[in-house]
Ligand binder design. Structure first.
Ligand SMILES: Cc1cc2nc3c(=O)[nH]c(=O)nc-3n(C[C@H](O)[C@H](O)[C@H](O)COP(=O)(O)O)c2cc1C
Length: 345
């Protein structure tokens, strides 16, 4: 698959599946429901058309203080887009990806068109399996370091999506810790933001938000502070630390909505590759939510580009069970098949 998400069409290949295109599109959209999203808001909706799949953003007012520019929502939609692309590739379909295809309709984030048969891709199939097990584990990491080769593979997955991942050295991690604390203090004083957190952490039974089982019982004692969700959860944190964790900054050349979408695609690529390699990923988005600390983070990149998101990589504690899966919306709430329902979706 190319840097811009476009793929070479191989129209004479044997189809990997003889299921109709609209079924494959509907299934890819459903599979994309596994994607990570800010506060598990799942801010995307899919529309299945006879020969295309459209991705629209849903702008929830309960993210207005957390994400005033819509960058985290765009990252989340980009992650869902990457999931859908990989699901189609796994099923033996190639697609042309048009990002922000309609300048007059900024909520239409992507359209997948030009669908054609190709060989099913075994690597994509493995990543689809990873989608089903990938999750955010907010416990401290174990003492075992992440193998260097794994870090290289994760960075390559990011580069294949047109972004970069800069791993931070010890001094930079200490600076990141200071910046993350500053962002946390700014956010703690923002009452609208606290109300939004309260909303997203009390959504039991709705299929969105964060249930107590995925939030730590207490703040893990780490160098870089994790997000304070404003209430304790029920996930035991254990004695671990983040001494062996690797912190990376996902970054790119531009800081515009279409580059945020690509950042989300790159985040998904990194996270699925990490999952395949047994590496746990936790995004730390507070630092980029606050404009001042995002600017400081840009300084940490020393002119390399615009920071999109900080991620923590590490090996999860193998001795204790991790958190359960975070619930999701029903497929019918996010995938609209009404345009093809009379045919074969
Ligand atoms: C753009 C983005 C930002 C996120 N920021 C944070 C964060 O700051 N802290 C955190 O613990 N999790 C963060 N997450 C993880 C989400 O909370 C998580 O993906 C969501 O709750 C779904 O759970 P799952 O990843 O276990 O499927 C973020 C995810 C995305 C996509």
């Amino acid at each position: 698959m190319g840097r811009n998400g476009k793929v070479v069409t191989m129209s004479h290949e044997t189809p990997a599946t003889d299921r109709p295109l609209t079924t494959a599109l509907a299934e890819a959209a459903a599979t994309a429901g596994h994607a990570p999203s800010v506060h598990n808001a799942q801010p995307w909706r899919w529309r299945v058309l006879p020969d295309a799949l459209e991705l629209r953003v849903v702008r929830d007012p309960r993210l207005a203080a957390t994400d005033p520019e819509g960058r985290l929502v765009a990252y989340s939609c980009g992650a869902a887009l990457h999931h859908a692309r990989v699901a189609l590739t796994a099923e033996g379909w190639t697609a042309v990806v048009e990002r922000m295809p309609d300048p007059a309709d900024g909520d239409l984030l992507a359209r997948l068109t030009g669908l054609a048969h190709a060989q099913a891709d075994p690597e994509a199939m493995r990543l689809v399996q990873c989608m089903q097990v990938r999750h955010t584990d907010r416990r401290p990491v174990s003492d075992e370091p992440v193998p260097t080769a794994a870090l290289g593979e994760i960075a390559s997955a990011v580069a294949a999506e047109g972004c970069q991942l800069q791993f931070l050295d010890r001094d930079n991690v200490l600076e990141l810790a200071a910046v993350a604390s500053r962002a946390a203090s700014v956010e703690a004083e923002d009452s609208q933001l606290r109300e939004e957190l309260e909303y997203w952490t009390s959504r039991a039974g709705t299929g969105t938000g964060l249930p107590p089982e995925v939030l730590p019982t207490e703040a893990p004692r780490t160098t870089v502070p994790a997000r304070d969700f404003g209430r304790p959860g029920t996930l035991p944190v254990g004695p671990g630390h983040d001494r062996t964790a690797v912190y990376g900054v996902l970054y790119g050349d531009e800081d515009e909505p279409d580059s945020w979408l690509r950042a989300g695609e790159a985040l998904s690529a990194a996270w699925l590759t990490a999952t395949r390699l047994g590496v746990s990923v936790v995004p730390l988005s507070g630092v980029v939510e606050v404009a001042g600390t995002r600017q400081t983070l840009r300084g940490l990149l020393a002119g390399l580009g615009y920071p999109y998101l900080v991620i923590r990589l590490g090996l999860a504690d193998p001795a204790h069970a991790g958190p359960p899966h975070t619930p999701r919306l029903d497929v019918a709430q996010v995938v609209d098949t009404s345009a093809v329902r009379s045919s074969d979706a």
